[in-house]
Design a protein around this ligand. Structure first.
Ligand SMILES: Cc1cc2nc3c(=O)[nH]c(=O)nc-3n(C[C@H](O)[C@H](O)[C@H](O)COP(=O)(O)OP(=O)(O)OC[C@H]3O[C@@H](n4cnc5c(N)ncnc54)[C@H](O)[C@@H]3O)c2cc1C
Length: 403
């Protein structure tokens, strides 16, 4: 069977108009690339890092969303649709409304997929029965409702196994909640349990040690190498599996904040771009150049890329200029020579007005970018950076290809 003829062709096609897709498009336009298209189904663009503060009652949900049209770089064609397949041989992308779009260069940035369904009972009770998740725009405000409702009992905060976006987020909300309960005289009546799949509190050992102290300061019980495996919302019961012993415990909760398992979007898993070495189906690219090792005209970045670093917007900010430089080099028949070092950062909110900033690279080596400031100590100025500085940098710098 012959491949379908493209209904439209662009020099650069970007799948996904999120943090990564818009940043790359803006940089390409600044570099003088005229024919850039973004395939993006959503009318709304979200600044997800603030959802933690929405769930913790420190920011309104409205501050995290803008019309997609307002962030689309000038001169970029917006293909309103959902990519459903890529044929890298034919250099085409298919969309859910039957279009086939041809490209010279492809940038894959559709983010990742939230797999709430992988925990039986969880989807059915989201937003009800005191169960929430900051990982969805509509649910983050419910987290704050449920934190305020909680006066006693057991509050459970869970993190799933496997790579997730912002690996600090499952515990940040536990700290914000515990801090609020303490300031309102309730913490002594609430047993707070943090369920982590890993042996350590954080991938980077220096910050893992700091976070152990923060959790202990709130009296939080940390269950390591454990995971949420079932929820019965009507009974307000959650089942936690201890992966070391294989034993399961049913916990009666008064609040459950569950971070869902995550993976590449299903359609990506079924394309030849998916990395066979990734159990989660993320896109295979060279971890330094962000170029596909098989198809030199294909690049990927952001949450969808199989990169051995923490999936964050901060990582995207460092990946975008590297990807653009290497795509432009490929376009000039040159060699992609600019390297991404794995930089990522996690603003770890530890109280309503305190934050520490973890920054590190592929080697987990600390890579501080703020001179003369000890970001391993919870600080008020770092909190202000998280609440006001980073969102401004995002909307006005990163999405415009300037930062
Ligand atoms: C609760 C929470 C807290 C976080 N905290 C932080 C933090 O403190 N610091 C930090 O740096 N990062 C944080 N992050 C992570 C950060 O938001 C992501 O890493 C970042 O948004 C990744 O950018 P992306 O472009 O790869 O994906 P996204 O920004 O998710 O964008 C993906 C885009 O692709 C579109 N799309 C989806 N499917 C398709 C399709 N089939 N075809 C075309 N388009 C499609 C989507 O509509 C979306 O616009 C947090 C995330 C969450 C959820």
């Amino acid at each position: 069977m012959n491949a379908p003829q493209p209904t439209k062709h662009h020099e650069v096609v970007i799948i996904g108009g999120g943090s990564a897709g818009v940043s790359v498009a803006a940089r390409l336009r600044r570099a003088g690339v005229n024919d850039v298209a973004i395939i993006e189904p959503s009318d709304r663009h979200y600044y997800q890092p603030l959802w933690t503060l929405v769930g913790g009652g420190r920011a309104p949900a409205a501050a995290t969303v803008r019309p997609q049209a307002s962030v689309m770089p000038k001169g970029v064609a917006w293909v309103r649709g959902r990519a459903v397949d890529v044929d890298p041989q034919a250099a085409t992308v298919s969309t859910d409304d039957g279009r086939t779009i041809g490209y010279h260069y492809l940038v894959v940035a559709p983010g990742l997929q939230l797999d709430f369904d992988r925990v039986p009972g969880l989807t059915e009770t989201l937003g009800r029965n005191q169960v929430s998740s900051n990982y969805r725009f509509d649910l983050a405000p419910r987290t704050w409702d449920f934190i305020r409702d909680t006066t006693g009992g057991t509050a459970l905060f869970t993190m799933p196994p496997g790579p997730i976006k912002c690996a600090g987020a499952p515990q940040k909300i536990a700290y914000l909640a515990a801090d609020w309960w303490r300031r309102h005289g309730r913490l002594d009546n609430i047993r707070v349990i943090l369920v982590l799949p890993t042996p350590a509190m954080f991938s980077q050992p220096d910050w893992a040690t700091v976070l152990e102290g923060i959790a202990a300061g709130y009296g939080i019980e940390v269950r390591r190498e454990s995971q949420l495996v079932e929820v019965n919302g009507d009974q307000r019961q959650a089942v936690v599996l201890d992966n070391k012993t294989g034993s399961k415990e049913s916990i009666d909760y008064t609040l459950l904040h569950a971070v869902p398992p995550q993976s590449a979007p299903d359609w990506v898993k079924h394309t030849p771009l998916a990395d066979p070495a990734s159990p989660f189906g993320y896109v295979k690219v060279d971890q330094y150049t962000l170029q596909s090792p098989t198809w030199p005209n294909v690049f990927a970045l952001g949450d969808a890329a199989n990169l051995p670093t923490s999936k964050t917007g901060a990582a995207v900010r460092k990946q975008a200029p590297v990807l653009v430089a290497n795509l432009l080099a490929a376009r000039r028949d040159g060699h992609p020579s600019v390297r991404y070092d794995g930089y990522t950062s996690c603003p770890l909110v530890t109280a309503h007005n305190r934050m520490l900033l973890a920054e590190f690279d592929y080697q987990l080596k600390p890579t501080p970018t703020i001179p003369l400031v000890n970001t391993m100590k919870p600080r008020y100025d770092m909190y202000l950076l998280k609440r006001y500085g980073l969102p401004a940098l995002y909307w006005h710098g990163m999405l415009r290809g300037r930062a």
